[in-house]
Design a protein around this ligand. Structure first.
Ligand code: TRP
Length: 330
């Protein structure tokens, strides 16, 4: 079976944007791929090294998110990045194959550097995280990587490293990989900003309480010009309709509601009430699955997956050292 590798930084709970994007993809792929799901705590530390608690506390929370939506421990290999020390070694070898200028050109890293305001004080670890990501992907010899669009530059950089390694050390040691993109477009934040995210405070989390969900739905951005129920309302930029499109099963009903809203006579409270019901029905079973998860079970799943991944990593590293010529005692 083709090996897939994917993962997330454990820096906060997963939200509905993840749910319609990468998580749906992984749910599908768990049946047809040998899917490895990595908790990227090393990568999370590259911009949270002064606040390691934020990272460590979110490792098991992220696992709860994964299991509660139906990612099955019998079908997936879950592991923790920092517990595979070979990843550090492989990263060091790869760092020789990448220039600083190339790292500075990585569009995703560039955006993040701007967002974080690093200016001239970029931590070297942060600048180099795409190289460590190349190590993640290649150490399990993954051929596919299910990710969102923002991760495409990482795949491109990984494949550049793979080609360079194979050329310089003269052999087909490493495999190139392909991204698997999710079908859905990005889910907007509840404030109508383009991206939903934890730091922006505009996301509905899979683990939110019923009250929290309701509060967020009723605070959603709609159409500021739609003051009276009888006023015609706008659909474009209306967050409630964006979420109804993403989560309501009956497309026809939504299209009728849109027509009614545009014509006038349909109030925000009515559409928000419908969305609230829709999201409560979606998230209730996830929340109850989550509350049934035992911490010890999570730890067992991660231990088994991490040990299995370490065996694979050891095999890859043997080939890598042999390729470079780092075998002195044989
Ligand atoms: N870069 C991903 C993120 O920001 C996490 C990640 C680390 C990853 N290594 C990976 C994703 C390897 C896919 C494959 O969430």
């Amino acid at each position: 079976m083709t090996i897939a590798l994917t993962g997330d930084r454990p820096t906060g709970p997963l939200h509905l944007g993840h749910y319609v994007g990468s998580l749906q993809n992984r749910l599908k792929m768990q049946d047809t791929y040998d899917q490895h799901i990595m908790i990227a705590d090393i990568q999370a530390l590259t911009d949270n090294f002064e606040n390691p608690k934020k990272v460590t506390e979110n490792v098991f929370e992220l696992m709860k998110d994964y299991l509660s939506i139906g990612l099955d421990p019998r079908k997936n290999t879950f592991f923790i990045q920092s517990q595979i020390s070979e990843l550090g070694e492989l990263t060091i070898y790869y760092l020789n194959l990448v220039t600083v200028a190339r790292l500075e050109r990585n569009p995703t890293v560039k955006t993040e550097i701007q967002q974080k305001g690093y200016d001239d004080s970029i931590p070297a670890g942060f600048l180099c995280y795409p190289v460590s990501q190349a190590a993640d992907i290649t150490i399990v010899q993954a051929e596919v990587v299910p990710v969102g669009e923002d991760q495409l530059p990482m795949i491109e950089q990984t494949n550049e490293i793979v080609r360079r390694f194979n050329r310089i050390y003269n052999g087909e040691y490493l495999k190139e990989c392909k991204p698997v993109l999710s079908q859905t477009t990005r889910l907007v934040g509840i404030d109508g900003k383009t991206k939903a995210g934890k730091s922006l405070g505009n996301a509905i989390f899979l683990s939110d309480s019923p009250e929290e969900i309701k509060r967020k739905v009723f605070s959603m951005f709609t159409d500021p010009g739609h003051l009276k129920i009888s006023d015609p309302g706008k659909i474009e930029g209306n967050v409630v309709f964006a979420y109804l499109d993403a989560f309501h099963a009956n497309k026809e009903e939504i299209s009728d509601l849109k027509a009614h809203y545009q014509k006038g006579g349909l109030g925000d409270t009515a559409i928000k009430t419908l969305l609230n019901t829709t999201l409560q029905e979606l998230l209730e079973p996830i929340r109850s699955a989550r509350s049934a998860i035992q911490l010890n079970d999570i730890k067992d799943v991660l231990k088994i997956g991490t040990n299995k991944t370490r065996q694979t990593a050891l095999k890859t590293m043997e080939q890598v050292r042999q390729a470079i010529g780092l075998q002195y005692w044989q």
